[in-house]
Each structure stands twice: as structure tokens, then as C-alpha cells.
Design a protein around this ligand. Sequence first.
Ligand code: HEM
Length: 225
Amino acid sequence: AAAATEMAPAARGEGGGKPFVDEMRAVAMRLHTKDQAREGEKEPQAPPVARWEPTVEGYLRFLVDSKLVFQTLEDIVDRAAVPWYAEFRNTGLERSEPLKKDLEWFTEQGHTIPEPTAAGTAYASYLEELSEEDPQAFICHFYNVYFAHTAGGRMIGKKVAEKILDKKELEFYKWEGTLSQLLQNVRTTLNQVASSWSREEKDHCLEETEKSFAYSGDLLRQIFT
Ligand code: HEM
């Protein structure tokens, strides 16, 4: 209750503008292809998820790279080189620990865990760089990586598990507590943090969305190549 009363008007969606996270979501939804999501506006280039022919090797590369990316995001907010990054600690959305357990499971199944690929290391070092030099752009990636994983990412995980993992449900797709509530809490924090940003800083954050799609797209593509 205290947080609600202390929140700046913009964080509550008052003062004329809509909550900033709604703007972030709108930009992200437009960058989906029409076959990925109802609100998508791009023409599909790759085959739709339903027709992916995933391999365990490709999926493992995706999981290893994802673990590196989530670990990097989690380390950055723990370190909080920018003090307000600390607001994004312990959101309950963290994925590096669940992924660690999943990779252990694959090892038990007799699979060899690969090293991260160039796609994973490139994204991790880009995130490190942004986190120090461009906080608004960094937050764009933070939002898109976590939220994409709970939406399209989960859908993809289910389809892949049906095709190659005998429906095994990975820890990557399980959250402690109610996911919708965890997401809502992070949306509130994003709105609060962004309420002190200028319009230019907000636009700069939104403009980073395309890069977020490009980097995450490189990771996802590995599942079926
Ligand atoms: C939401 C599909 C890739 C970011 C969604 C939704 C779907 C979806 C179905 C839910 C839409 C709704 O609420 O009605 C997919 C598929 C993808 C994909 C099939 C790839 C094959 C990505 C990528 C990003 C991304 C690469 C960014 C890195 C988001 C975001 C949301 C979203 C931010 C909003 C989540 C929320 O509001 O809670 N996606 N997506 N998606 N996606 Fe994706």
C-alpha cells in the first residue's frame, strides 16, 4: 500500500500517458511476425514454431546460451552499478538456477553440455556493455528477455518437449508462486523506475526493442538449425 501511495502519477498511468510498460509491450508486439502473435505486424520469414523440427543438440545450445544471458542479467542487477538496478533483484522471474538444474538433467540423460555459442557470448557482452553505458537500453533487454520467455518462450518449450523430450517439463518453464503476479510486480517496478525518465530516455529505451528481438532471435533460431 505504501508503494502505491508513493508512486509517481506516471507510474500509475495518470497524468495523460499510459503506463510505460504498456508502451514497451506495444512496441514488442508489433515486432512479432503475424504467425507468432495476434498483434504481430511483420511478415513471417522463418517457418512457424508449429513446423519447427527441433533437435536435442540445437535445443541444448539454446538452453546453454539462455543460461548465460539470464545469468548475465541476474549478475548485473545484483551488482547494481546503476543504483536503481537493485529494484530488479529477486523478482522471482530469475532463470539461471532452473536452467542449471535442467542442464544437469540433460547430463544425467547422457547428453554432453556444449559451451555457449557466439550468439550467446555476443549477447552477454552486449548486455554487460549496455548496463554500464546505457541504462535505458539495458532495461529494454531486461524486460524483453524475461517477458518473452514467459509468453512465446513457454509456448516454444511446450512444442519442443512434445517433439523431442517425451513431454518432459523443464524447470526453465516453472516458476515459484503465481507467474501472473510476479510479472505484474515487475511491470509496477518498471513503471516506477521509468517515471523519472525524460521522454527522450523513454523513446531511447523503446528504440532498443529491435535489437532485443535480433539477439533473442539468434538464440531461438538454434533450436531448429
Ligand atoms: C508476447 C509469441 C518471440 C517479446 C508474446 C505472446 C505470444 C508471443 C503468443 C502473447 C501475446 C498476447 O499477450 O496475446 C512469440 C513467438 C516468438 C516470440 C512465437 C518466436 C518464435 C519474441 C521475442 C521477443 C518477444 C524474440 C523479444 C526478445 C515478447 C514480449 C511479449 C510477448 C515482451 C509481451 C509479454 C507480456 O505482455 O506479458 N509473444 N514471441 N517475443 N513477446 Fe513474444
